[in-house]
Design a protein around this ligand. Structure first.
Ligand code: PLP
Length: 387
């Protein structure tokens, strides 16, 4: 079996001359923290998404935290989310003293199942927090209808978007708050960073909380004409984005469509190779959605194989192919297991899927030939290990 000469990293960023120049320009400008570039990035991102308002932050986690905070989540409240997500989605619920309630997933799409959400609603439910897993939109028509019926707010974890659409609507452009991530592996990156979009009144509340709780536009206080005076109506956080990050984000945003097209081509290659192999199947795509293809997740037919998922990961690693698992579900992390008395049976669909999922290399920085070779290599490994 032929190994790659160099390690194929799982999701390298596509950083080119534009990004280098943009960051250098900020470094030379003398203004390094939140400033004009951050404002410009907020504006351009808001326009791209079609959002009412946008707030640039230092992470998506910060966006999720502030989002729940401005929706009034606190002790005694319950927030319903999916087990099939990164720990940050649930951790922020815990930071606010609220309770994490898990609604199991649809095993075909790995997205939160609206009927499970409905089953978990109580008089304490304050927010529904769906995740657009892998870049595919959760069923927002059903989720929004449930929220409306029970008078509950919705905060969307849009870390794997954009460009994700549900029924023709860009995720982040509706009435709900949505938190995006620009972490190093995400669809567009600022190294670390995030954006919260949604209704202007909520975004303005989050804005104040994102910079110590200082009164509006505090970042301007060191500019000519800026006022050194500020008030702190409530204690906030240190969640602001810097101009260095924003410059990187502006350069990335310019090529978001071309990077998406590259992802699409890679997905086509994987799909084509795996179509003729019954040992591996890509996660299903819902009707009426545009998938951003942040992750390419496959399910392994373990019943037909002699080796398990973790061993396949090990083999691939030895052949210089980096893969990952998204995610160890929330109900299998020790903190959540202990606090909520959870077991693998608490979310049976998520547990079942977790054991057989694998995320493959996908990035606009990878040449198509690399993806083709990775796909062929995986099929070769699996076919050697038939039960
Ligand atoms: C990456 C990610 C986050 C956190 O994003 P950061 O920008 O690193 O804070 C939250 N939720 C999901 C689903 C993610 O993949």
């Amino acid at each position: 079996m032929k190994a790659f000469k160099e390690f194929v990293t799982f999701a390298p960023p596509l950083i080119e001359a534009e990004e280098l120049a943009a960051v250098a320009e900020v470094l030379k400008s003398g203004w390094l923290s939140t400033g004009p570039k951050t404002k410009e990035f907020e504006l351009k991102f808001r326009e791209y998404i079609g959002a009412q308002a946008a707030l640039a932050l230092n992470s998506c986690t910060a966006g999720l935290h502030l989002g729940l905070k401005v929706l009034g989540v606190g002790p005694g409240d319950e927030v319903i989310t999916t087990p099939m997500t990164f720990c940050a989605t649930a951790n922020v619920i815990e930071h606010l003293g609220a309770r994490t309630v898990l609604a199991d997933i649809d095993p075909d799409t790995l997205l939160i199942d609206p009927s499970e959400i409905e089953r978990k609603i109580t008089e304490n439910t304050k927010v529904i927090l769906p995740v657009h897993y892998a870049g595919q939109a959760a069923d927002m028509v059903s989720i929004n209808a449930i929220a409306k019926k029970h008078n509950i707010a919705v905060l969307e974890d849009a870390a794997h978007c954009p460009p994700t659409f549900d029924q023709g609507q860009m995720i982040g452009s509706g009435e709900n708050l949505a938190a995006f991530s620009f972490y190093a592996t995400k669809n567009i990156t600022t190294g670390e960073g995030g954006m919260l979009t949604g209704p202007s009144d909520l975004i303005e509340k989050a804005r104040m909380l994102s910079l110590h709780g200082m009164s509006r536009d505090a970042w301007k206080r060191f500019q000519k004409g800026g006022n050194w005076k500020y008030d702190v109506p409530q204690p906030g956080y240190k969640y602001n984005m810097t101009d260095l990050q924003a410059a990187l984000g502006l350069a990335q945003l310019k090529k978001i469509e071309s990077m998406y097209q590259k992802r699409l081509k890679q997905v086509e290659i994987y799909n084509q190779v795996f179509n003729s192999c019954d040992l591996i199947s890509p996660v299903q795509v819902r009707e009426g959605t545009q998938h951003s293809h942040h992750l390419y997740v496959v399910k392994l037919s373990l019943e037909k194989l002699k080796i398990g998922r973790d061993e396949i990961i090990q083999r691939l690693n030895e052949l210089n192919v980096g893969t990952s698992v998204h995610y160890t579900p929330i109900h299998l992390h020790s903190y959540y297991m202990k606090k909520y008395n959870l077991t693998p049976a608490s979310c049976p669909e998520a547990t079942y899927c977790y054991e057989r999922i694998l995320s493959l290399p996908l990035s606009p920085a990878h040449p198509l030939g690399t993806i083709q070779k990775v796909a062929d290599l995986i099929v070769e490994i699996l076919e050697m290990e038939l039960r």
